[in-house]
Design a protein around this ligand. Structure first.
Ligand SMILES: Nc1ncnc2c1ncn2[C@@H]1O[C@H](COP(=O)(O)OP(=O)(O)OP(=O)(O)O)[C@@H](O)[C@H]1O
Length: 333
């Protein structure tokens, strides 16, 4: 951890302006901390224009308004902690850390952003927000986890990362990925091509995430062997899935009966993750979404967790989370 040589010290009348010095431990190289061509340092400066930051050797000096200086000091402390645990520091990591500190997120940003979910294909998948970390923790601790929240919060992506990790660790011997193919179900008969071609567009997002985590060349072999199964929800009927990591995506588009059918496929040694966004239901108006009803049905059942992600967990373009909030306000009015 960075060693702070003093608490922020007032240097101007009224205590508004303070100076603060941080000594970076020798185990962290300054290039690692400040980024190639100082890009991390520039990201910090851009976020706190009122704070003067000077770096000399392994000392970082801060001067500016007390509140900002305190925040930058904590930020540097978190970045040092991340560098010590081998987490690459980028401007994105800086802005996520700032966001967590500014929002008063409980716990340390370094514990969230340095947490390793899956190492595969030469890279590591980590949570990008505190909500994402809570979600993957919930998956670890429960047999059935619901990840509910807006688009782009990583609900599917992180569930798949956990599934691939469980497969790598031999905790399960199969991954089953499924979606309620609402549109495909209605139109299958009218589309040309084999069944596989017909359902493909609906299952495409699941393949895309898989490509990020498993060598694309080995995916056909794994599918052939049944180690990975990607299929519409209707194909789950009548089966019992043992020793499997099962993900139901877009679960807002299931009926109550389909949700029950899906959840009762659970076999021994299996884990289930259900993801969905209750604000994006594509079902006919008269059909109740199984994702809406399930929470009250299973409220008192042990080992089932409902985890909520919010617009602050959106990892797509920044604007996406503003758009989600704007729609939520419009809906309410
Ligand atoms: N922790 C993360 N690390 C890297 N990329 C991430 C992470 N979380 C999300 N992403 C990226 O964000 C994209 C959106 O995530 P995902 O598709 O899982 O969102 P979702 O919440 O399931 O939304 P949708 O309902 O649109 O499917 C992913 O394809 C992935 O590229």
């Amino acid at each position: 951890m960075a060693e702070s040589t003093s608490a922020p010290r007032a240097s101007t009348v009224g205590g508004a302006r303070v100076e603060h010095r941080i000594t970076v431990p020798p185990a962290v190289s300054m290039v690692e901390l400040l980024g190639l061509r100082d890009e991390v340092l520039r990201a910090i400066e851009a976020g706190f224009t009122g704070v003067d930051i000077h770096v000399r050797g392994n000392e970082v000096s801060l001067a500016g308004p007390a509140g900002d200086v305190a925040l930058v000091a904590r930020l540097v402390d978190e970045l040092v902690e991340m560098a010590l645990s081998g987490t690459p520091l980028t401007p994105d990591v800086v802005s996520r850390t700032v966001e967590m500190l500014a929002n008063g997120v409980v716990g340390r940003p370094a514990d969230v952003l340095s947490f390793n979910i899956l190492s595969s294909r030469g890279r590591t998948i980590r949570p990008k927000t505190a909500g994402q970390k809570d979600y993957v923790d919930a998956i670890d601790r429960h047999t059935v986890t619901f990840g509910i929240g807006p688009a782009g919060t990583g609900k599917t992506y992180l569930a798949m990362a956990k599934a691939v990790q469980a497969l790598q660790a031999r905790q399960v011997n199969r991954i089953v990925l499924t979606r309620p193919a609402v549109e495909a179900g209605e139109r299958l008969g009218f589309l040309p091509g084999t069944l596989n071609d017909k359902i493909d567009p609906y299952l495409r997002p699941l393949y895309d995430a898989l490509h990020d985590m498993i060598d694309p060349e080995s995916i056909p072999r794994l599918i052939e062997a049944g180690t990975i199964e990607v299929a519409p929800l209707a194909y789950m009927r009548g089966r019992t899935l043992n020793d499997s990591f099962i993900i139901l995506d877009e679960a807002q588009n299931t009926s109550t009966e389909q949700m029950k059918m899906f959840l009762t496929r659970l076999g021994f040694g299996s884990k289930v993750v259900v993801t969905g966004d209750v604000t994006q239901v594509d079902l006919p108006a008269a059909t109740a979404s199984g994702l809406r009803t399930v929470e009250s049905v299973l409220a008192d059942v042990d080992d089932v967790e409902f985890c909520r992600l919010t617009s602050s967990d959106v990892v797509r373009h920044r604007l996406v989370s503003d758009i989600i909030d704007a729609y939520a306000r419009w809906d309410r009015s």
